[in-house]
Ligand binder design. Structure first.
Ligand SMILES: [Fe+2]
Ligand SMILES: [Fe+2]
Ligand SMILES: [Fe+2]
Ligand SMILES: [Fe+2]
Length: 418
């Protein structure tokens, strides 16, 4: 029997508001937490942030007082959920250590979604950005080793490879080339919608996080790396944000957000080994079932639409955090050199002549590129870059021994066209 979220019993909304003592959760032990418990916490914090901010935007776009009040009540709960989750992160885990967790989320979440995504274009979009976040993990990891000497694999565990992806220096594109085509909400598989909402929220949280903590490092190199990668996260939020059908109404979008939360808590509670954290996922699922019901009633009342037409009678297979080494390697082999032109993903040698990409590369990378400098600095200090290659040497010969020569390569491609 499948799990029909519209038929399951939730926690009545008036019973959902909690006390400070219930919300001020016990942080995990950073030396004992399972890496994927950490990623689930980072991830679900991002989901709650998106739902809260969506609720604010909806509220600012309606003049209906009763609706504003209903949105405020649910939104207050979303904010409490966000605190209960984000406060699980302990004070002694530094911003940079948490950043490694953020990029591990990006790698293993994106790889999971890509492997289960029914729409080929959405899958291509996931594969495309996967290789970029994969490279971010490598750059931040190298920064960590020269900042406080901590080994990044103590954070990620033996699950996620840390090595060169699509070199970050090559990821900086013209904004026009980050806009994608959107799916058709009337025809799309429910799983595609869930995937797209999920990845938008996760990438948006990464963008927000770097926007705020990117100025915390004391050294210019670390500050530079955050600002450079923060701009790629802006690209990723644009890239993924354009996949969702913008013609959905506010009420439909509210329902989609609540459905997504139901699917995610239901998924994560099934695989969570930490009983304390699992208890939070279970409690939040009970709350989300009620939010979904409320969103469905609003859809019925304001637009005369049946929520059952938007909610699958059985949730799709659960989302899962696990190791994706072989998949990431396969995509690396096939697509590292891919670039984007308008809504298409194209191999580097098929980029149109005189593309605005090269002009933008020159603008951004004039005066040095922090994501390259961090590897050079690591080599200067320790003699080699830091990697965690779990399945043998790098799948691409050109990345096996030396750090990325991405920038020089971009230049060569450009020069060969002139
Ligand atoms: Fe929530
Ligand atoms: Fe990233
Ligand atoms: Fe990203
Ligand atoms: Fe919710």
């Amino acid at each position: 029997m499948g799990f029909n979220p519209l038929k399951e019993k939730g926690i009545p909304i008036e019973k959902q508001l909690l006390s400070w003592s219930e919300l001020n959760v016990r942080p995990y032990d950073k030396n004992k937490v399972h890496p994927y418990t950490r990623t689930r916490i980072i991830f679900m914090n991002g989901i709650e942030v998106e739902v809260a901010m969506f609720g604010h935007q909806f509220h600012r776009h309606t003049d209906d007082m009763e609706l504003k009040r209903k949105l405020a009540l649910t939104r207050r709960v979303e904010q409490q959920q966000q605190k209960a989750i984000n406060w699980l992160i302990p004070a002694n885990e530094s911003g940079l250590e948490v950043t490694i967790g953020y990029e591990q989320v990006a790698v293993d979440l994106t790889a999971f979604l890509a492997q289960t995504e029914p729409d080929p274009y959405v899958k291509a979009a996931l594969d495309f950005a996967l290789l970029e976040d994969f490279d971010h993990l490598y750059r931040y990891s190298n920064l960590l080793t020269i900042t406080n000497g901590k080994m990044p694999d103590e954070i990620t565990g033996p699950y996620t490879e840390i090595t060169v992806g699509r070199p970050t220096v090559l990821e900086h594109r013209h904004p026009f080339d980050e806009i994608r085509k959107h799916y058709d909400a009337k025809k799309a598989d429910p799983l595609t919608k869930l995937h797209v909402h999920t990845i938008i929220a996760a990438e948006q949280q990464t963008m927000n996080f770097y926007m705020n903590i990117g100025n915390r490092p004391g050294q210019m190199l670390g500050r530079g790396l955050y600002l450079e990668i923060a701009q790629i996260e802006e690209q990723h939020v644009t890239h993924y944000g354009s996949l969702a059908d913008p013609r959905a109404t506010w009420f439909e979008m509210l329902l989609e957000h609540e459905l997504n939360e139901c699917w995610l808590y239901w998924s994560l509670m099934q695989e969570e080994p930490d009983s304390y954290v699992k208890g939070i996922w279970e409690r939040h699922l009970g709350m989300e079932l009620e939010h979904l019901k409320i969103a469905g009633e609003l859809l019925k009342k304001h637009e005369k639409k049946d929520p059952a037409e938007f909610v699958p009678s059985s949730l799709p297979d659960p989302l899962s955090f696990h190791s994706n080494v072989d998949y990431v390697r396969k995509i690396m082999e096939e697509q590292t050199d891919y670039n984007a032109h308008e809504t298409n993903f194209v191999p580097a040698d098929k980029m149109p002549e005189g593309s605005r990409y090269f002009m933008y590369q020159d603008v951004f990378n004039a005066g040095g590129t922090p994501s390259e400098m961090v590897i050079e600095e690591r080599i200067r200090q320790k003699g080699s870059d830091y990697r965690q290659e779990l399945s043998g040497p790098h799948p691409l010969e050109k990345f096996r021994t030396t750090p990325s020569k991405g920038k020089k390569k971009a230049r060569r491609q450009e020069e060969s066209r002139v």
